[in-house]
Design a protein around this ligand. Structure first.
Ligand code: GLU
Length: 310
């Protein structure tokens, strides 16, 4: 379908309102903005607010004001996962019809005890398929799990190339719905990107290990796969994990006041671009426009590292 091929891309940024933006999440926002805008595409903003206990009141607003401060304007209305609960149930019911979803009575604690090799970088404890054949008598439903395939799930990532994962080794049958009825991140994100016709998912490579689960769900639901690009992470000094406290860029903090452009230039350099010296002191929208004209996935760094602001 030639029309489809030439349609401008739709990118998105999907922060969870659990904390203010920091230099790492700002970098993800910039990368996804640049990738969409460099091809004349749209860029959407979605607030991933399903996980109520971890949310910080006012944070969604804080994130939006900060994006605006850096010239990262989005197209259309902001979407919120909490508005989509009914739709998620619809897709959960679709998954039920595959016969691959079953109720599980295991608690997180039981799973933690059973896990021989949990993946600390991931949200999953490998699940030993305890309830595949049925829950033990009298157990309450703690989650609804999706049976994983025996063969690996593969997809092409624009930065990391072909990524294949054997879901059974990584996470086993994983939860798509919690016992209290809330849909999990893995299913919600697939439904959201489908509903908003997102064609590009650019995000930090910490989310790469969970992407095969989403690709598997997309296949079962017959949904189109977006182009994925997992970008290297911004690290603290000496490669340490970025501390949020020291790197917040929230609009209401003074830490970067007046230096927003310098920070954006640092982000562009982190993403492999080489902005001209004359850009120093330019307003954010000009810097971003230059970035969109120069952005190239092939120039992304092989590995993450410190973001240097001069
Ligand atoms: N809400 C997720 C996060 O903040 C990102 C989801 C996504 O980009 O798919 O980590």
């Amino acid at each position: 379908m030639p029309d489809e091929i030439h349609k401008p891309p739709v990118g998105r940024f999907a922060p969870s309102p659990t904390g203010a933006l920091h230099t790492g999440s700002l970098t993800t926002a910039v990368a996804s903005w640049l990738m969409a805008r460099s091809a004349g595409g749209r860029w959407l903003l979605r607030i991933d607010d399903l996980d109520a206990p971890r949310q910080v009141p006012g944070m969604a607003d804080d994130i939006m004001r900060t994006l605006e401060l850096y010239g990262l304007y989005w197209d259309g209305e902001v979407s919120r996962q909490s508005d989509n609960r009914g739709t998620y149930q619809h897709y959960f019911n679709e998954l039920l019809t595959t016969g691959l979803v079953y109720p599980c009575g295991c608690s997180r604690r039981e799973l933690a005890l059973a896990a021989s090799a949990p993946h600390p970088d991931d949200d999953c404890l490998p699940y030993p398929a305890t309830c595949r054949g049925g829950m033990r008598e009298g157990a309450t439903v703690r989650s609804w799990r999706l049976r994983v395939p025996d063969e690996p799930v593969c997809f092409h990532d624009l930065h990391n190339g072909m990524v294949c994962q054997h879901l059974g080794d990584r996470c086993g049958d994983f939860a798509v719905r919690r016992g209290d009825g809330e849909i999990t991140y893995q299913l919600a994100v697939v439904v959201d990107d489908h509903l908003t016709e997102v064609t590009q998912v650019v995000r930090g490579e910490d989310l790469l290990p969970s992407t095969p689960r989403q690709v598997y769900i997309q296949g079962l639901l017959g949904l189109a796969l977006p182009a994925y690009c997992h970008i290297p992470l911004v690290a603290g000094p000496d490669g340490a994990k970025l501390s949020k406290r020291d790197n917040l860029v929230s609009h209401h903090l003074g830490s970067w006041r007046g230096k927003e452009g310098a920070l954006l230039l640092g982000v562009l350099r982190f993403l492999g671009l080489n902005p001209p010296r004359g850009m120093a002191g330019a307003p954010c929208d000009e810097i971003l426009r230059w970035g969109a004209g120069s952005f190239d996935v092939a120039r992304l760094p092989a590995k993450g590292g410190e973001l240097v602001v001069s």
